[in-house]
Design a protein around this ligand. Structure first.
Ligand SMILES: [Zn+2]
Length: 179
């Protein structure tokens, strides 16, 4: 958990209704999270926060941009990627009105006395979510995504069948010779 001064924070006390934009720059090290620094993120992390305030809520859009040094899943070659992560959070003022919101979006209730919203944890998660599940280089044809898809369909079984039938053929041939 993040302690001490918030790395990414917006002040909502006295904030007028409307759209407010904030820009932050930080480094992965500042998040104090090994999963951000152990492999990938390098250089400066740019964080853009757009907050739209109304009488009832603050809709907050987070966008992170960062360079990452990854490795190809197949050949382990270094892969440099520019990653963008996005996350939207609805901060609702006061007590929830009791209506169920059928939505996947993130809703949080702000205490009436809230003066600042700490977004550090959300930015950290946005960064982690921006990491690609699959990483492939484009240096070798076998690393291309299309090559992987071909590999996923049971190509090896086909090879086995072909091998089997070739083996059966030679067995038949042998039998024929013996007969
Ligand atoms: Zn590769």
């Amino acid at each position: 958990m993040h302690k001490g001064k918030a790395l990414i924070e917006i002040r909502i006390a006295g904030l007028s209704n409307g759209i407010h934009e904030y820009s932050f720059t930080c480094t992965a090290q500042e998040f104090d999270d090994p999963s951000l620094t152990a492999p990938p993120f390098s250089g400066t992390i740019a964080v853009k926060v757009v907050a739209e305030k109304t009488d009832t809520e603050v809709v907050t859009d987070i966008e992170t941009t960062v360079a990452a040094e990854l490795n190809c899943d197949i050949c382990l070659a270094p892969v440099h990627r520019q990653l963008t992560g996005r996350f939207r959070i609805f901060f609702i003022f006061g007590s929830p009105d009791g209506t169920e919101r059928e939505c996947d979006e993130e809703y949080r209730v702000l205490a009436p006395a809230t003066t600042d919203i700490d977004l550090t944890e959300d930015v950290r998660e946005t960064l982690l979510l921006s990491l690609p599940v699959k990483v492939t280089c484009d240096a070798y044809p076998e690393c291309m995504p299309t090559a992987q898809e071909e590999r996923d369909i049971p190509g090896e079984e086909l090879d086995d069948d072909a091998q089997n039938s070739a083996w059966k053929e030679s067995l038949k041939e042998l039998k024929r010779k013996l007969d």
